[in-house]
Ligand binder design. Structure first.
Ligand SMILES: [Zn+2]
Length: 333
């Protein structure tokens, strides 16, 4: 059963998390550190921003009101007491210098708001030694300081950090919730909403990103066309592709995430699970492949892709080499 709670937060598909944070405000049990965990574009940063608005809203009746000067400036990213970490690039780790600097800024009294809040984007990219920079603050936080850590998984986060934080897991929203949110809140037409709800895999932020920039769909189509092509290539041709693709690691990771979702769909179809595939716009090529491949072969391609993603994310591994191995593990059709 899907229940929709009434609240002012512009957060969709995470009602229980909103309810939980609201309760902690009502009962004045606000923690000094929160850890929001969930997939890319699932809504972690949106929830953090809305929570920061609620905490510092000047309107006593409905926090966040979305209209007071504090709410408006937090919403647009221009509030002096709400800070965000930055990484040097999409593939670099969150650096210890950046974390130390943030701790210094957080120790200052709020300039004007009730709380001084630091949002740590991609905290799971910080190495253990860098994460240690937070410990002193977590052990003896200034009364006004709140840390909101965002991470795609808990795996690489120190136990000393998780044990001092309120961990909130954000699961992907149901397809139907994304669908209705797009229509009701963003005026999307039904066909577009249906496609985006499926493709989003429950990550509303991803669907909203496409509404703003439809070239994401073109890049997606190119990624799948490329995969269709690669599967018909021989070894030599595949090595040539690997050489091209390994030059841009950030683009490669985006590509591999898409291919992973494609292989998952092939697996679902060849296994005959009856579950809806995610990539409904590629249904022809999904059906063709699932008829030719066994579920085991699809699972092997899925696991080869997952392994390559983790190699590329976790280490300074040779992208070219990892990709060569993966492309040879892909079926030849
Ligand atoms: Zn407000």
């Amino acid at each position: 059963m899907t229940t929709t709670l009434s609240h002012n937060w512009r957060v969709y598909g995470h009602d229980w998390a909103v309810a939980h944070l609201q309760q902690s405000m009502v009962h004045e049990r606000i923690r000094h550190a929160y850890l929001f965990v969930g997939a890319e574009s699932v809504g972690k940063e949106t929830l953090a921003r809305q929570f920061a608005m609620a905490l510092n809203c000047q309107n006593p009746d409905s926090r966040p009101c979305g209209e007071c000067s504090s709410c408006r400036r937090i919403s647009s990213g221009n509030h002096p007491d709400v800070l965000y970490t930055q990484r040097e690039s999409e593939t670099s780790a969150l650096k210890i210098e950046e974390l130390r600097l943030m701790m210094q800024k957080l120790a200052l009294k709020p300039f004007e708001a009730r709380y001084r809040i630091a949002v740590f984007r991609d905290f799971d990219t910080a190495l253990p030694r860098a994460q240690d920079a937070l410990l002193k603050t977590l052990e003896e936080p200034a009364p006004h300081a709140i840390l909101i850590l965002l991470a795609s998984s808990l795996e690489s986060i120190l136990a000393t950090i998780t044990s001092r934080s309120q961990v909130i897991h954000l699961r992907p929203a149901a397809t139907e919730i994304v669908y209705h949110t797009l229509i009701d809140k963003f005026g999307t037409d039904e066909d577009q909403a249906n496609l985006l709800a499926h493709l989003s895999g429950g990550r509303i932020g991803w669907a909203l990103g496409v509404l703003k920039d439809s070239s994401i769909l073109d890049q997606r189509a190119q990624a799948f066309d490329l995969l269709d092509g690669i599967l018909t290539m021989n070894r030599v041709e595949r090595f040539k592709q690997s050489d091209d693709l390994s030059k841009d690691k950030a683009a490669l990771l985006t590509l591999l995430e898409l291919w992973l979702s494609f292989w998952r769909d092939v697996f679902l179809l060849s296994e005959g699970t009856g579950l809806d595939p995610t990539n409904i716009d590629r249904i022809e090529s999904l059906k063709r492949l699932s008829a030719r491949l066994t579920a085991g072969e699809a699972a092997a391609a899925m696991s080869a892709t997952r392994k390559t993603i983790s190699t590329l994310t976790d280490t300074n591994a040779n992208a070219r080499l990892a990709l060569d191995v993966m492309l040879l593990d892909y079926p030849f059709v």
